[in-house]
Design a protein around this ligand. Structure first.
Ligand SMILES: C[S@@+](CC[C@H](N)C(=O)[O-])C[C@H]1O[C@@H](n2cnc3c(N)ncnc32)[C@H](O)[C@@H]1O
Length: 283
């Protein structure tokens, strides 16, 4: 039986690297909270008021608020797409992808996992890093890549051809619903699921649907640990992002899994920043 303590020991070096980065990156989160409040209140905010690590979020919020003012939100807006593309290449996102995938593969190795399931893969930014790492690890894993949006079928097809040695499947799955029969048939236990930034769109009950197929999960989402909300939480609600309160998630995790813990809790404790970004759960 794999315990929380065993997992923490296995990923201690990853925790150090990731949390040290977070502590530096989010050190001025309170200034960002104040600036985002001004934006939310309709006041003018200039780039020089924004701590550098939050500049891309600032630009994203400007586009969201501008579209809201015009009365029409459009996911195809070129400025919005450009910012999402830049975010995916930013140091925080790259490190978070490397950390989620490395944790997943170390746990997979230790638990003899046969199937990995990626949730909400979208354009495949996290998937690309996972494929590279599976190839390096040479672990005999089957990878099933899912999303509610058919864009995933297109994005992953482009990646597949680079990794002929890995068994890769792509499936549509809305995690607000239980796993489709086709997925249940493909998953070989033990199964580890991982995700980044998809529960915040699908919301908390999705956790129970993921637990139906997974023995272990690495969640890479924005979890609100303290219950405090700021304007930087309010503005993303306009594009369907919901705050994930740990107080609401905890009972569900306790129901579905034997153990769970916040991988990056040390950053929250050091900074008093309300959010944590990674959670590991195991049956
Ligand atoms: C911000 S993107 C993250 C993409 C990818 N995980 C990454 O980290 O690069 C959010 C993804 O969640 C997916 N998503 C949103 N709601 C979902 C749902 N109900 N079921 C499955 N995927 C969902 C979206 O289609 C989108 O691809």
């Amino acid at each position: 039986m794999i315990t929380k303590e065993m997992i923490k020991e296995k990923v201690a070096d990853l925790e150090k690297e990731y949390v040290d980065f977070m502590v530096d990156h989010f050190s001025e989160w309170d200034l960002w909270a104040q600036a985002s409040q001004k934006m939310y209140d309709g006041e003018k905010v200039t780039e020089d008021e924004i701590p550098e690590p939050f500049l891309l979020e600032f630009k994203l919020f400007l586009v969201i608020l501008e579209m809201e003012e015009k009365g029409k939100f459009d996911w195809g807006n070129p400025q919005l797409r450009e910012i999402f593309g830049q975010l995916a290449q930013s140091p925080l996102y790259k490190l978070s992808a490397e950390t989620i995938t490395k944790i997943s593969l170390r746990l997979a190795d230790c638990a003899g996992v046969k199937t990995l399931v990626e949730i909400g893969a979208g354009r495949g930014n996290l998937t690309a890093i996972m494929l590279q790492q599976i190839a390096e690890s040479k672990l005999p894993l089957q990878l099933i890549i899912t999303d509610v949006d058919p864009i995933v079928l297109e994005s992953i097809d482009k990646l597949k051809s680079n990794y002929p040695q890995i068994t890769i499947e792509t499936l549509l799955w809305d995690i607000k619903e239980p796993p489709p029969q086709e997925l249940l048939e493909k998953v070989q236990a033990p199964c580890l699921a991982y995700e980044r930034a998809s529960i915040m769109y699908a919301n908390i009950p999705a956790i129970e649907n993921i637990a139906r197929i997974a023995d272990m999960v690495v969640f890479g989402d924005m979890f609100n640990y303290t219950g405090e909300l700021y304007a930087y939480d309010e503005i993303p609600k306009k594009i369907g992002v919901q705050p994930l309160f740990y107080s609401e998630i905890k009972p569900l995790l306790e129901k579905c899994f034997r153990e769970h813990f916040m991988f990056d809790l040390r950053a929250q404790e050091e900074l008093k920043y309300p959010n944590t970004t990674m959670l590991i759960a195991t049956k």
